[in-house]
Write a protein that binds this ligand. Structure first.
Ligand code: FES
Length: 183
């Protein structure tokens, strides 16, 4: 019978222990930083969802000039093609937040809660609402390069789209412009 020889263990000295603890702390720190960076770098809303970018379609596919605004329930907007240009109108009333709708008979938006009324471009007509309807920024995007060639001005006026291409029309539902107060 042979006797097994056991190598004696060398204990970790204080210096080695501190080095290991330091490396472990550093590792946790970098994992944390990477996690936080990833979280903030990711877009909070995905394309096509309310809060993100939503592609309506091509310029040639828009509702004809002066026709009734088109409802996009998924991204909470009405799209209006007016004499001045394109408007993406947030479908929440500027009075107390009810959902208004378009009336084909009256040819205007009417809120069922307290009767505020608005024109097809979102301009206030009458009722307790304090301002025009809010709108989202609309962008005309070059289909070849992906470059934004025009977008809704900061004052909230309609987007007039340059001629020349069948641009993609995209709405940024994360960029809302409040309607103008009426006097
Ligand atoms: S919430 Fe629309 S009129 Fe009051």
């Amino acid at each position: 019978m042979t006797e097994e020889t056991i190598e004696p263990r060398t204990p970790v000295n204080r210096r080695e222990f501190l080095n290991l603890a330091w490396l472990a702390t550093l590792g946790f720190f970098f994992v944390d930083i990477a996690g936080v960076t990833y979280f903030f770098a990711m877009p909070r809303f995905r394309e096509g969802e309310f809060g993100g970018l939503f592609t309506i379609g091509k310029l040639s596919e828009l509702p004809t000039l002066g026709s009734a605004p088109v409802n996009f329930p998924k991204v909470k907007l009405w799209l209006a093609n007016t004499e001045e240009g394109i408007k993406a109108i947030y479908k929440v009333c500027t009075h107390l937040g009810c959902l208004y709708s378009w009336s084909d008979q009256e040819v205007k938006f009417i809120c069922p809660c307290h009767g505020s009324q608005f024109d097809s471009d979102g301009s206030y007509i009458q009722g307790p609402a304090p301002r025009d309807l809010d709108i989202f920024v609309v962008q005309a995007v070059d289909p070849d390069t992906g470059e934004v060639v025009a977008e809704t001005p900061a004052d909230g006026s309609a987007l007039s789209i340059p001629e020349g291409k069948d641009y993609l029309i995209r709405v940024d539902t994360g960029s809302k412009i409040n309607g103008q107060p009426h006097s």
